[in-house]
Every structure is written in structure tokens, then in C-alpha cells.
Design a protein around this ligand. Structure first.
Ligand code: ADP
Length: 236
């Protein structure tokens, strides 16, 4: 309920909650629980929020791996780090491993020098092997995210690996209003008092194109900071 809009992705995630909580249901019907999904869409649309909600709602431990940071800092050593992360994930029972910015593993983005491309290829292979090595108990689920689906290495999204794609798009007008309300209500809950007047969303939202949930959260944050500034300087 903290996530506005996104009815279709939420519905898909509900199925995944089932799979994580009761993988035996899949086995009873002779099918395997999904292991990996890819959430794709513009930045700030709620992909991280959805992944965390999946973990929370299914009582799973949440691991967040920011691949961009890993790859830029660890470079050639990233493979060993992946290995270690996967073994920690597997040792933790029911868990969600969030692979943030999976496109960071695409060969053309990895390392520029020629000799390093081989290292990049090895990195993709290590990730793919680790995905293959997840056991079939349905305890561990990998959720990857990207805002560049075109740059995902095909080896990572083969059947049996990260093989379900869920689009997480920018909110429509009604959804924007819902996200505004969610963030206003959160601020009011933190402050323990009413802070906002009833807003005529229609009047402002139609003027806001390409607005993400993160942008809306930022608008609320800035508005409140302005209030803090005014009160702090004795103007309110
Ligand atoms: P992404 O992972 O897609 O880049 P995030 O899930 O990290 O985006 O969203 C960043 C922030 O933007 C969230 O912490 C939240 O405050 C806000 N946000 C984004 N989408 C939504 C949404 N659908 N409903 C409510 N808040 C949202």
C-alpha cells in the first residue's frame, strides 16, 4: 500500500510472493518456482520499492547488490565477490537477491581496453553460473532491475536464469495523484499532524509529464524543506 499505481507489476509480484512462501505448491503441480525476474523501466519508478516489498511480504531476507558500484570498484575481482554473495544468500534460507542495474554487466559498458573485455566476459559467465547454481527449492529468488533493457547481456536472461520480465513504467495521471497522497500521508505520519491542504491534483499533474515516483517524493521533500527554512528564519 506504500507503492502507488503499478497495478500490473504488483499483481505479478503477488504470484512471486506465493512462489517464495509456498514453493511446494509449484512442485505439487509439477512445475518449478521462478528463480529470477527482471524489473525494467525508467529510473525512480519503484523497482527497488517493489523488490523490497516482495521480500517483506514473503518473509525473506533482502540482499541489495548495486552492480554499478561493484563493477566500478572491484573490476576483475567482481567475480569472486559474486561467488561470495551468492553463497551468503544461499546460506540464509528464504531470500531475495536484488541485482540493481543489471546492465552494468553488459560487455560494452564494462571495461574499455581490449584485454579487459575478456575479464568482462568472465564476469558475465560467473554471474550466469551462480544463477544456474541456485538450487531448485525455490528458497532464493533473484530480482534484477534495469533502465536499459537493451543493454542486458543475453546470457543472463536465458530460460532458467533471469527469465521473467516485468515492466515498471512511469505513472499515469491517476497514479501520480496516488503517489502524491502516499508521500503526503507519510510526512504527516512522521510529523504527527496534518501538513497539507487538499490538493487539486488534476490542475498540476497534467502539466507534469514524465514524472516518476521518485520525482514526486522529491517535490514533497523540497516543499517541506522550504517550510523548515521559512520557520527557521522566523518567516512563518
Ligand atoms: P527505481 O528502483 O525504479 O529506480 P525506487 O524504487 O528506488 O526506483 O524509487 C525511489 C523512490 O521514489 C522511492 O523510495 C519512493 O520514495 C519513490 N517512489 C518511486 N516509485 C514510487 C511509487 N510507485 N509509489 C510511491 N513512491 C514511489
Amino acid at each position: 500500500k506504500d507503492i502507488g499505481g503499478l497495478a500490473a507489476p504488483k499483481r505479478e509480484l503477488e504470484g512471486l510472493i506465493f512462489a517464495l512462501k509456498s514453493p511446494d505448491l509449484h512442485f505439487r503441480w509439477g512445475t518449478k518456482p521462478p528463480r529470477g525476474v527482471l524489473l525494467y523501466g525508467p529510473a525512480g519508478t519503484g523497482k527497488t520499492l517493489l523488490s523490497k516489498a516482495l521480500a517483506r511480504e514473503s518473509g525473506a531476507v533482502f540482499f541489495h547488490l548495486k552492480l554499478n558500484n561493484v563493477v566500478s570498484k572491484w573490476r576483475g575481482e567482481s567475480g569472486e565477490l559474486f561467488q561470495e554473495v551468492f553463497s551468503v544468500v544461499k546460506a540464509n534460507g528464504r531470500s531475495v537477491l536484488f541485482l540493481d542495474e543489471l546492465d552494468a554487466l553488459s560487455i560494452e559498458r564494462l571495461f574499455l581496453p581490449e584485454e579487459a573485455r575478456a575479464a568482462g566476459g568472465r564476469l558475465v559467465n560467473t554471474m550466469a553460473e551462480n544463477l544456474d547454481d541456485l538450487d531448485d527449492t525455490g528458497q532464493n529468488m533473484v530480482v534484477a532491475s534495469t533502465n536499459r533493457i537493451d543493454a542486458i547481456d543475453p546470457a543472463l536472461v536465458r530460460p532458467g536464469r533471469i527469465d521473467r520480465f516485468i515492466e515498471v513504467g512511469l505513472p499515469e495521471a491517476e497514479e501520480k495523484a496516488e503517489i502524491f497522497r502516499i508521500h503526503q500521508a507519510k510526512a504527516e505520519a512522521r510529523a504527527g499532524r496534518k501538513l497539507f491542504l487538499e490538493l487539486q491534483y488534476d490542475a498540476i499533474i497534467t502539466r507534469m509529464v514524465k514524472l516518476s515516483g521518485a520525482d514526486i517524493a522529491e517535490i514533497i521533500q523540497r516543499a517541506l524543506e522550504e517550510k523548515v527554512r521559512l520557520e527557521g528564519s522566523g518567516q512563518e
